[in-house]
Design a protein around this ligand. Structure first.
Ligand SMILES: Cc1cc2nc3c(=O)[nH]c(=O)nc-3n(C[C@H](O)[C@H](O)[C@H](O)COP(=O)(O)OP(=O)(O)OC[C@H]3O[C@@H](n4cnc5c(N)ncnc54)[C@H](O)[C@@H]3O)c2cc1C
Length: 405
């Protein structure tokens, strides 16, 4: 087979998939409707990089821990190649919302025993010192976490293999088909934009526009971030989360967010949402939000591509028209797939953390390499799981909040 793939979407998902395939010698035709990489959900000024521990070390926790480690290694590699990624390991403080949650956070650290450089529980006094602001509770301290400029990560991914990745912008894919051995993608005027044996869909919730992937339960969730004018070097100089997040000042702007509106795709900024973010900010750092008025704030809106179980979709797309074996022993392995069609999507509120590992996993699945995750986690992110909903071992919902912290 020709090692040529079309990737639709140049956000975190598409740029990571393209980068990992190009690293294996594939040539990539990358198509995006926008004018540049990282203009959709991946276009915020900054987002949070941190793991998601849990008492039972569930699949979401394990996946995110693996992804966090992988992302940091990927970032180091990009910077070693002098690529223009912007991220800072400032540490991330996740404050407990009350004493009950603080007790749970303490237990997670005591029982799971993570290395102290990855995670510690800090009491209220230390948390206040780290934040540079008096806070109401202690919380989890992730010294290796930080903020990431996601569009810079997209650009760095593509720049790493600038010869192998032919990126085309202002190209909206309206239709896909596989008449013979190749996938062909078409624009709104039914002009063929590209043809290749492998097609990777990384166009967020828009992937549902294609008949071949219309069965994937992707939904957009609007999120508005508020931009707070701030002087560099003022507190907090770390990322602080608690039902939302606030970043350090980055080029004179602190990001505070974010709202969450399922199936809302309106990209116009709302004063009411800035007001909501200021309330959220006050819950993180009491009294901090008083310095700003919602009416005067700028910000940014993006739509997270959500999946119903809060886990991403990475792998070969199943064929929803083919009969599913009635009592399969190994259901996902037996699901009929659409040849050459892959998806990397459903990153929800975690794309900054997940994308590097997701890109590597997808490239391994396409190229037949040893995958970077154990089999149960590969099954957990298999896009075919939704066709088996209700059958044993599939599509369990993770006990995870939808928010970005
Ligand atoms: C407000 C907000 C805060 C967030 N905070 C965090 C955080 O703190 N930490 C974290 O880990 N994650 C966070 N996220 C989540 C993260 O940003 C997303 O998971 C990630 O950006 C999704 O990447 P993507 O590539 O799937 O989607 P996108 O970045 O939206 O990329 C999809 C691309 O596909 C293109 N496209 C769509 N349709 C077509 C088509 N038909 N043809 C061609 N191109 C098409 C679009 O132009 C776009 O470039 C946040 C998201 C939001 C919105």
């Amino acid at each position: 087979m020709t090692r040529h793939a079309i990737v639709v979407g140049a956000g975190l998902a598409g740029s990571s998939a393209a980068e990992r395939l190009a690293a294996r010698g594939w040539s990539i035709t990358l198509l995006d409707a926008a004018a540049a990489p990282g203009q959709g959900a991946s276009g915020n000024r900054a987002g949070v990089l941190r793991p998601l521990p849990s008492l039972d070390d569930n699949r979401l926790a394990r996946l995110t821990r693996a992804a966090f480690t992988h992302a940091r290694a990927h970032f180091h590699a990009l910077l070693a190649d002098e690529l223009p990624l912007r991220w800072r390991q400032t540490g991330v403080l996740h404050l407990a919302r009350d004493e009950k949650q603080a007790a749970t956070q303490r237990r997670v650290v005591e029982e799971r025993r993570p290395p102290a450089e990855d995670l510690r529980f800090v009491e209220r006094a230390e948390a206040s010192r780290l934040a540079g602001w008096p806070v109401a509770n202690g919380g989890w301290w992730f010294p290796n976490g930080g903020w990431v400029d996601p569009a810079s990560l997209c650009r760095a991914n593509l720049a790493r293999h600038a010869t192998a990745i032919a990126a085309h912008f202002h190209c909206r894919v309206a239709r896909i088909e596989r008449p013979a051995e190749c996938w062909r993608v078409f624009d709104e005027n039914d002009r063929c934009l590209a043809a290749a044996p492998v097609l990777v869909l990384a166009n967020a919730s828009d992937a549902r526009r294609f008949a071949a992937t219309a069965h994937l339960p992707l939904r957009p969730a609007r999120g508005q971030v508020s931009h707070l004018p701030a002087t560099d070097g003022t507190a907090p100089e770390i990322v602080v989360c608690r039902g939302g997040y606030v970043t350090p000042a980055i080029d004179g702007i602190r990001c505070a967010g974010a709202t969450f509106g399922i199936d809302d795709t309106d990209t116009v900024l709302r004063t009411a949402d800035h007001a909501e973010n200021l309330v959220r900010l006050d819950a993180i750092l009491p009294g901090y939000g008083a310095a700003w008025r919602a009416e005067t704030l700028d910000g940014r809106v993006g739509c997270r591509p959500m999946s119903p179980d809060r886990l991403p979709m990475i792998g070969a797309v199943a064929d929803p028209t083919a009969p599913i074996p009635r009592q399969p022993v190994c259901p996902l392995a037996q699901l009929p797939r659409q040849p050459g069609l892959y998806v990397i999507d459903g990153f929800g509120a975690r794309g900054i953390v997940w994308s590097a590992l997701a890109g590597e996993l997808l490239a391994c699945l396409i190229d037949g390499d040893a995958p970077p995750l154990p089999a149960d986690l590969i099954d957990a992110v298999d896009p075919g799981r939704f066709l088996l909903r209700g059958r044993a071992g599939t599509a369990r919902r993770q006990p995870s909040p939808p928010g970005d912290d």
